[in-house]
Design a protein around this ligand. Sequence first.
Ligand SMILES: [Zn+2]
Ligand SMILES: [Zn+2]
Length: 176
Amino acid sequence: MKVNVKDVRAGKVNRDWLESTILVNEIFEKEPNNSTKLLEPFSIHMELTSVGEDVEVYGDFSAELSFSCDRCLCDASLKLKEKFHYILMPKKESEEELLEDEETELSYFEGDEIDLTELAVEQLMLSIPYKLLCKTGCKGICPKCGTNLNEETCKCSEETEYSFLAKELKKLKNKE
Ligand SMILES: [Zn+2]
Ligand SMILES: [Zn+2]
């Protein structure tokens, strides 16, 4: 989805659209051992206003990802819903790329067109949590026997806990 800057200068521009999964899934596929996927085209809304030389963008999106849990490896999905805000400045030739700052969401546009798809994909990638878990507090897999600890408990953990406690008790006894 692209918008001509002239249209924004003429008055507020609203866009609602569904962005295909292709661009986002291409980014995921570049990562080694990736299991994350965008399930369906994701929906985006953006509102663009001209502010002096700049263009102010308010937007939100919702998307759904499928992935393997980082801890227990089971298949899971996650709904993302975020709001975002950009100030886009016209790029001048003298300015360096380094000035770009993701945190304050300052960015540039070049020429007459603003690529809204690029902004939407960037926001989607930024909204993905660093660790993707099937649920909060997922217990993961026992590193010794491979049991999914969300479903059952294995003897390994009991033994380790027991032996740890036993050692501590011994230490205490030796001190007395
Ligand atoms: Zn899990
Ligand atoms: Zn175990």
